[in-house]
Ligand binder design. Structure first.
Ligand SMILES: [Zn+2]
Length: 308
C-alpha cells in the first residue's frame, strides 16, 4: 500500500491561494485497488503532475461537502468510469455529498452517480468496499453529516479524521489505527471552530497510539509557522512518529513494521508528460496496479503474512 498526498493544504484560504496544493490523498495498491480521497481543487491536475493515472481508480471517497474536499470528484468519477461509459468503481461519501442535506450538497450530480456503486458513509456504520472494510467516523464540523473513516484491510487499519474539531470520543472513533491521518489546520494552541490545532492532535495521538501519525490539510497559519518543526514537537510529546504532509509526499506502508518507511518527494512530471509520449507511458506504467499484479504485489499483505 502506498500513500500519496496530492496536496497538503486545507481550509478556504489555503485552497483559494494554493499556497499548498489541495488535490487530496491517494491510497494505491490497497489490496490491489486504488482510491482517491477528498479530491479538492486541482486533484485531476495533481494526479498527472505526480505521475499517477486517474483511470486506474477503483473508488473516489468524499468526506463532506466543502469545496476543498469535493471539487474534482466528478471529473475523477468520469475518469474511473471511462468517461461514464462503463459501470465501474465506487463512490463513497457522506449523506450530504451523495444525497444532499439541508443546504449541504449534493456535491456529485445524479448523472455522475449513475455508473459507479455508491456507499453512504455514516458514523459507526461498516461497509464493504471491495476487499476492505470501511467504517464511518464522527466529526464535529460545519457539514452536520460529514464523516471521517477507518479502513480495515485484514486487520491493518488506516484512519482519517477528515475535518473535525477535537471532542471527547474522537479517539474512540479511531481506536486501533495503525496509521492516523488528521486534518490539523493550525499550529500550537490556536484552536478554531470545527478544526484541530497541534495541541488537539497531541491529545488524539496520545489516546489512539497509532504507529505513525500524519498531519495534513494545513491552513495558512500552520504553513507559515513551519509544519515540519511542528510535527517534530508532536513526535517528541507523544513518542509517535509524526509527519507533516507536503505536496507530493509519498510512502510505502510496511504492514509488519509501519514505523519503517522512507519518505519520497515526488517530482513534478507534468512538463514531461506533455512533451513526450514516452514519459507518459513510463509514469503510467510505474503506477498501474496491473504492474503490481505482475510483480505479485497484488495481495501484498497476504503474502507477507504467509511468509512469516
Ligand atoms: Zn471542511
Amino acid at each position: 500500500m502506498k500513500l500519496t498526498f496530492l496536496g497538503s493544504g486545507g481550509g478556504r484560504f489555503s485552497a483559494i491561494s494554493q499556497r499548498r496544493m489541495t488535490g487530496g490523498l491517494r491510497i494505491d495498491n490497497l489490496g490491489g485497488k486504488n482510491y482517491h480521497i477528498d479530491p479538492g481543487p486541482g486533484a485531476l491536475i495533481r494526479t498527472y503532475q505526480f505521475g499517477f493515472d486517474p483511470r486506474n481508480l477503483s473508488g473516489v471517497i468524499v468526506s463532506h461537502s466543502h469545496t476543498d474536499h469535493y471539487n474534482d470528484a466528478e471529473i475523477l468519477i468520469e475518469a474511473m468510469t471511462r468517461g461514464m461509459t462503463k459501470s465501474m468503481g465506487t463512490i463513497v461519501g457522506s449523506e450530504s455529498v451523495l444525497n444532499g442535506y439541508e443546504q449541504w450538497g449534493p456535491c456529485i450530480s445524479s448523472y455522475h452517480q449513475t455508473k459507479p456503486d455508491k456507499i453512504v458513509l455514516k458514523p459507526g456504520k461498516y461497509s464493504q468496499l471491495n476487499n476492505v472494510k470501511i467504517k464511518g467516523t464522527r466529526t464535529e464540523h460545519g457539514d452536520p453529516t460529514g464523516v471521517g473513516f477507518q479502513i480495515d484491510y485484514r486487520g491493518f487499519k488506516v484512519s482519517y479524521t477528515s475535518d473535525t474539531a477535537y471532542f471527547d470520543g474522537l479517539a474512540d472513533e479511531h481506536k486501533g489505527a495503525d496509521i492516523l491521518i488528521a486534518s490539523v489546520l493550525r499550529p500550537g494552541n490556536r484552536t478554531i471552530n470545527g478544526h484541530m490545532c497541534s495541541r488537539n492532535f497531541v491529545d488524539l495521538i496520545n489516546e489512539v497510539k497509532p504507529k505513525v501519525a500524519v498531519m495534513t490539510h494545513l491552513g495558512l497559519k500552520m504553513i507559515s509557522s513551519n509544519p515540519v518543526t511542528e510535527a517534530k514537537k508532536i513526535s517528541k510529546r507523544t513518542g509517535v512518529k509524526t509527519i507533516a504532509a507536503f505536496d507530493g509526499l509519498s510512502f510505502n506502508v510496511n504492514y509488519n513494521n509501519p514505523k519503517r518507511f522512507r519518505l519520497i518527494s515526488l517530482k513534478d512530471v507534468q512538463s514531461s508528460i506533455h512533451s513526450t509520449d514516452h514519459s507518459l507511458y513510463e509514469s503510467e506504467r510505474k503506477n498501474s496496479y496491473q504492474l503490481s499484479f505482475k510483480h505479485n504485489e497484488f495481495d501484498e499483505l497476504a503474502m507477507v503474512r504467509k511468509r512469516r
